[in-house]
Design a binder for this molecule. Structure first.
Ligand SMILES: NC(=O)C1=CN([C@@H]2O[C@H](COP(=O)(O)OP(=O)(O)OC[C@H]3O[C@@H](n4cnc5c(N)ncnc54)[C@H](O)[C@@H]3O)[C@@H](O)[C@H]2O)C=CC1
Ligand SMILES: O=C(O)[C@H]1OC(=O)[C@H](O)[C@@H](O)[C@@H]1O
Length: 258
């Protein structure tokens, strides 16, 4: 039987690529949902704050892939807490009520953005959020930890590096954290298909960048993730062909200067 997937934020930069990729994979039946419905693309309407709609959409779902996000870090009490964090809670509740097997959450490199750029960071290093945005990602990761420890759902948090939407790295910083479209799709499939015994996982989502800030090597053995692209090489090529590469090396991995 096909696995039934729900993708939130399916009209967004990453969600649209993943939605299209998974629709073409005959192992899956995919429902794409977003606050901006798109009839042509088959994306249904859903507001992450609407509990009744979430209860409806999570029925019969095997795996939820949660990308929906309101990008406004300036409004901590409103958009961040009352929007994104509360929305994630409502989604988890609906998923658990409907017996969803696994939640894959689009976390971010900014959950640990205050590590220095000369450090190599792995999933067991302590949180070091560099913004309210990063902090809210930590909070939602821990929501997943709680539900997982309670035995209610398997919960994976992918700390995505940089996915700009045109499938190429644009800056020195991206050279350390970028992920290509095909690697993102592969990683999502690996997370969906990972052993049911894996109840909780934090991982960094990047391509095989030669200068990665993060340790991702163990993922091949653990979940079969074998990234094919390397931002460092692509940036060298870009420079050689005269394309502009932003010089934005910073003190901290998340891009903060102080
Ligand atoms: N693009 C990147 O480089 C990175 C993205 N991420 C995370 O990945 C996720 C997706 O990122 P992008 O695709 O870049 O963002 P995006 O802004 O392009 O997509 C977000 C989608 O969520 C939808 N949305 C917003 N509010 C909603 C609501 N109340 N209910 C339902 N849908 C709603 C938007 O309409 C949009 O289609 C986000 O959670 C983001 O924090 C993490 C690290 C890096
Ligand atoms: O750090 C980065 O480059 C990216 O990190 C994120 O978490 C953001 O969602 C994305 O808009 C940034 O571009």
């Amino acid at each position: 039987m096909k696995r039934k997937l729900l993708i939130t934020g399916a009209a967004g930069t990453i969600g649209s690529v993943v939605f299209k990729g998974l629709q073409q994979d005959n192992r899956y039946d995919v429902v794409g949902a977003d606050i901006h419905a798109d009839e042509k693309l088959g994306i249904v309407q859903m507001d992450i704050g609407d509990e009744a709609r979430l209860a409806e959409l999570t029925q019969g779902i095997d795996t939820v892939i949660h990308f929906a996000w309101i990008k406004d870090d300036g409004d901590f009490l409103g958009k961040v807490l009352a929007g994104n964090v509360s929305g994630a809670y409502k989604l988890f509740e609906a998923a658990v009520q409907n017996g969803v097997r696994r939640m894959i959450f689009a976390s971010s490199n900014h959950a640990t953005g205050y590590y220095r750029t000369d450090e190599k960071v792995g999933p067991h290093d302590p949180y070091r959020p560099d913004s309210f945005y990063g902090l809210s990602k930590c909070y939602i990761e821990l929501l997943g930890r709680l539900y997982s420890d309670q035995g209610k759902i398997s919960s994976f948090n992918i700390r995505i590096g940089n996915f700009p939407g045109d499938d190429r790295p644009h800056s020195e910083r991206a050279g350390h954290i970028w992920i290509s479209e095909r690697d993102m799709l592969q990683l999502i499939v690996c997370c969906i298909e990972a052993d049911d015994g894996l109840k909780y996982l934090n991982l960094y989502g990047t391509s095989a960048n030669s200068d990665n800030y993060y340790n991702i090597d163990y993922l091949e053995e653990l979940i079969g993730y074998k990234p094919e692209d390397d931002a460092t090489k692509l940036l060298e090529l870009a420079k050689a062909t005269g394309r502009n590469v932003r010089q934005d090396e910073t003190i901290y991995q998340g891009g903060q200067q102080a």
